[in-house]
Design a binder for this molecule. Structure first.
Ligand code: G3P
Length: 213
């Protein structure tokens, strides 16, 4: 299972990069807006920190506009992945980009049929939003399980990228159902390390060592 950071904050990415477990980064227009910088600046800096897939999202809503933006973004760095919304135009642009062997991440996926459409047009990644479904009382994990089964039934190579991850138990559950990638904020990545028995056990080892000197 790959871990991506879901952020535009380069300080957070630098911190997590030192642990050696971050395989890529996802951004979206809201995360880029928080930085107060241009998308190009942020994406290029992220590409200099992490050597892995870095998702940058288009803003256009029509296919021609998406293609124009995508082809420009694709020149920024070899690791950039074009993030497209799950609309008719987004799926169509995804098909065009796949033919040109440009990597894509189809985002804002909330149903299995949407995930099927993205896979049919050769999306590199599909991003189902786990947390936002849970927020409205739906079972986000059930969606991921269904997509896993559908992709396996037909041998689709599109990777399932579990997004909108809110806490460490989401990561555990994504791993249990065979999700290819989990993208998460730094806060959630840090939660994966923690266990009270690790903390208290280490304290005891260190105090026993100190007392024996
Ligand atoms: O970038 C897509 C996704 O991870 C957004 O998460 O927390 O805004 O629902 P969130």
């Amino acid at each position: 299972m790959e871990f991506f950071l879901d952020t535009g904050n380069v300080d957070e990415i630098k911190e997590a990069a030192t642990w050696g477990i971050v395989n890529g980064v996802t951004t979206n227009p809201s995360l880029i807006a928080k930085t107060g910088r241009t998308q190009k600046e942020v994406i290029e800096e992220i590409c200099s920190i992490i050597d892995g897939p870095i998702s940058a999202e288009v803003i256009s809503t029509d296919k021609d506009g998406m293609m124009k933006e995508a082809l420009e973004i694709a020149t920024w760095h070899k690791n950039v992945v074009i993030k497209l919304p799950l609309t008719e135009d987004g799926i169509s642009a995804c098909g065009e980009l796949s033919k040109r062997e440009i990597k894509t991440n189809v985002t804002l996926c909330f149903s299995s049929n949407q995930a099927l459409l993205a896979a049919k047009n050769g999306a590199t990644y599909i991003s189902p939003f786990l947390g936002r479904l849970d927020d409205i009382g739906h079972d986000g994990l059930l969606l991921i399980e269904e997509i896993r089964q559908i992709y396996d039934n037909y041998g689709f190579l599109t990777k399932i990228l579990g997004a909108s991850v809110r806490h460490s138990d989401h990561v555990r559950r994504l791993a249990l159902v065979g999700t290819d990638v989990a993208t998460m904020p730094l806060k959630v990545l840090k939660q994966l390390f923690g266990h009270p028995l690790t903390t208290s056990g280490l304290e005891k080892f260190l105090s026993d060592h100190k007392n024996s000197q």
